[in-house]
Design a protein around this ligand. Structure first.
Ligand code: SF4
Length: 454
């Protein structure tokens, strides 16, 4: 008799986060917006806890707070009541409504409920914020899909066409607030006007305030999003977006805005591609300050080569971050032995091949739809020297006795995750120094000599 294949295997220590969590992060990058979860209270509490402990900032997420009876009779009444409360308390310019597992399972028709809500508001003559909805069932997708789908929903539901204007759109994906600030700096040094969506560089990394602001300053203005259909072009980061209809692709098909998709600019080659795109769009060469950053980076590659060459790394996290990091590690002489993600976008294997081909002699193992149970089994025979990823990999790094280089999200056991610069030549320099020093520190700790000079 043929052995029955095990059809279902539970996820153990997931290497991904909940889909509407990504949507809430994207909504948080819009000026005056309040993220709103249509579901039960616990979803909002979990997401707030996760986001706050990484960014160390307050994070309000409204909820329709459904209970058992709503699972039977539907959540429309609670959703409308919740929207009304949010309008009264926050006076938002936009509310981003993301669904949850519960409301997707019971089948609430959120677009219809929002239409009813809008027409009720209109009849009463009350001012209404923009309402954007996105479908984010967490049982089919990850926080990154939720993030990208929320960005697309915002553009789909708000952007308008018209005469072209002199600016570009930039869709960076889920990078850090410090990365977004660096992107503004780079683009403005090319004398380009730019709308970055989303922009949580202030809303999730703001100053200390004497008075609590219900909605923090910052974010992409709704007025700028409305003009995105009139941009000279769009740049979107993400080699793994090939299988998705993204905000950039939507603007291209609806309004004819040319979309350049490039890899997230992590490391030398991916950053070179970003700068080349900016040179072509702006018609001016890269400013000297960045050429000097690039030159210093290459110099440090040479300086550090003896410490990193041949070291073996496990890289994990969201697909585009892992692809960028793999590209960078490959450039500096580290062998990525395992590239793993909890996502299953369909392009991961190909993306890793694109950034390693012709440089590595041994291809890394590439695992999508992985959890930390799978990763732990895979690494048993791989003998990695370092792990590169978010804090959820710490128990495994500790068990293996190797350094964990914390990047991306979530970073719950260190301070400053929001201030890590991953992108550009500056980000590559930062990553290089962090990785090399972690390797040296490990060697020093393991040494019986206690040397203090290299
Ligand atoms: S996985 Fe589903 S039930 Fe759990 S927090 Fe996310 S949306 Fe809520």
């Amino acid at each position: 008799m043929k052995k029955q294949e095990n059809k279902y295997v539970s996820t153990t220590n997931a290497c991904k986060l909940c889909k509407p969590l990504g949507a809430c992060l994207a909504f948080k990058g819009i000026e005056g917006a309040v993220p709103f979860l249509h579901g039960s209270q616990g979803c909002a509490t979990y997401m707030r806890r996760y986001i706050i402990s990484h960014f160390n900032e307050p994070m309000d997420i409204a909820s329709s707070s459904l209970g058992e009876k709503h699972a039977v009779f539907g959540g429309a009444a609670n959703l409308k009541k919740g929207l009304k409360n949010v309008c009264r308390k926050f006076s938002p310019s936009m509310i981003g409504v993301a669904t949850t597992c519960l409301t997707e399972t019971i089948g609430d028709d959120v677009p219809m409920i929002l239409r009813e809500y809008r027409s009720g508001i209109a009849q009463q003559g009350d001012p209404a914020p923009f309402l954007v909805n996105v479908s984010t069932p967490s049982y089919s997708g990850t926080h990154m899909e939720g993030f990208h789908e929320a960005v697309k929903a915002v553009v789909e539901q708000l952007a308008e066409g018209g005469e072209p204007l002199d600016f570009i759109n930039l869709f960076p994906g889920f990078v850090s607030p410090a990365d977004i600030r660096h992107l503004y700096e780079i683009v403005s040094d090319f004398s380009l006007e730019c709308t970055i969506l989303p922009d949580y560089s202030d809303t999730l990394d703001g100053p200390a305030m004497r008075e609590y602001e219900r909605i923090p300053q910052g974010g992409t203005p709704v007025s700028a999003i409305k003009e995105m259909g009139r941009a000279l072009g769009s740049i979107e980061f993400g080699r793994n977006l090939k299988t998705m209809v993204t905000a950039g692709e939507f603007l291209k098909s609806r309004f004819g805005v040319v979309n350049r998709r490039i890899g997230t600019p992590i490391g030398l080659r991916e950053t070179d591609a970003f700068f080349t795109a900016l040179e072509e769009i702006s018609g001016i060469p890269a400013p000297q300050k960045y050429m000097m950053e690039r030159a210093r980076l290459i110099d440090s590659f040479v300086d550090c080569h003896k410490y990193v060459f041949g070291k073996r790394a496990v890289v994990y996290g969201e697909e585009d971050l892992v692809t960028g990091l793999t590209s960078f590690l490959t450039e500096i002489g580290i062998q990525p032995v395992l590239c793993a993600s909890g996502s299953k976008g369909g392009a991961f294997q190909e993306s890793i091949k694109e950034v390693t081909e012709g440089i590595l002699t041994d291809d890394p193992d590439v695992r999508d739809d992985a959890d930390f149970y799978d990763i732990a089994i895979d690494v048993e025979s791989m003998q990695p020297d370092i792990m590169v990823g978010h804090s959820k990999g710490y128990p495994l790094a500790r068990k293996l006795g190797i350094p964990l280089i914390r990047v991306g999200f979530p970073i719950h056991d260190r301070i400053g995750g929001q201030r890590i610069v991953h992108i550009g030549y500056r980000g590559a320099q930062n990553l290089l120094d962090t990785i090399v020093n972690a390797i040296i520190e490990k060697k020093q700790d393991d040494s019986s000599v206690g040397y203090s000079y290299m």
